[in-house]
Design a protein around this ligand. Structure first.
Ligand SMILES: [Zn+2]
Ligand SMILES: [Zn+2]
Length: 254
């Protein structure tokens, strides 16, 4: 069985905990050492139980705490070649570089990285498997590609970016250049793009959907839930949201 929980999600810091058997990995570490220990404690996890951090890309909300946390707790760091080269924060670390198209294993977890369009050097997202069930993770993507759809097919659980509501972003107070970056093909998925992906994938096999990386400025949990619920034909309360302060609690994919 795969289990997962979010330690926090959004532009101020991200970390997702994924576990199978005796293996526990973090996807990203955008929190410092003291903060990550406190957030792990809320989930009942000791730092010593973590095996590795998988870094999706070099933006600070994903890699900011990786080096310091890994050094303190002896965690391995894994990243694509491009991310490892581009992340200044990882310059003094030993990084295990993976091919962004090649599956690998850490303990009891199969990890299938896949590249996504985002304004970073070699950003990757992940599908996790215990050999039976698949958990798909997708944040920090400016567009949905056929490859993303192929990777996320057959997932029993999804952590899916709902960064912004297009109208809130358009009418909000961000400068025009930043609005263009966020809404562009190398920016972030809005609620509608996330909902369209769910329509494409079909929701029949999904036992969990967690909306993630919501903008606190340009989105609300209510809007994100409504968009995804409409796509799945379910009630909004079935859609979970991983927020910046609290993330979301453990979910079991089984
Ligand atoms: Zn991000
Ligand atoms: Zn990013």
């Amino acid at each position: 069985m795969i289990r997962f929980a979010s330690l926090g999600s959004g532009s101020k810091g991200n970390a997702l905990l994924v576990a199978a058997g005796r293996t526990r990995v973090l996807v990203d570490c955008g929190f410092g050492p003291r903060e990550i220990v406190a957030r792990l404690a809320r989930l009942g996890v000791e730092p010593a139980a973590i095996d590795a951090i998988l870094v999706t890309h070099e933006h600070a909300d994903h890699v900011g705490g990786a080096a310091s946390c890994a050094a303190r707790h002896g965690w391995a760091i894994h990243a694509s070649h491009g991310t490892a080269s581009a992340a200044r924060q990882l310059a003094d670390c030993t990084v295990r570089r993976f091919d962004s198209h090649a599956p690998f294993a850490i303990g009891d977890l199969e990890i299938h990285p896949y590249p996504v369009p985002h304004d970073a050097r070699e950003p990757t997202q992940f599908v996790f498997s215990d050999g039976a069930r698949r958990l798909g993770v997708l944040t920090d993507a400016g567009a949905i590609t056929p490859h993303i759809v192929a990777m996320l097919a057959d997932c029993a659980a999804l952590v899916l970016e709902c960064n912004h509501d297009a109208a809130m972003l358009a009418h909000g107070r961000y400068p025009p250049q930043l609005k263009r970056r966020i809404a562009g093909n190398y920016g972030h998925l809005d609620n509608r793009a996330a909902a369209d992906l769910l329509r494409t994938l079909g929701g029949q096999k999904l036992s969990h959907i967690v909306a993630a990386h919501l903008s606190e400025e340009n989105n609300t949990p209510t809007l994100a839930r409504a968009a995804l619920a409409e796509a799945l034909g379910c009630t909004p309360d079935w859609i979970a949201v991983a927020d910046q302060a609290n993330g979301c609690g453990w979910r079991e994919v089984g």
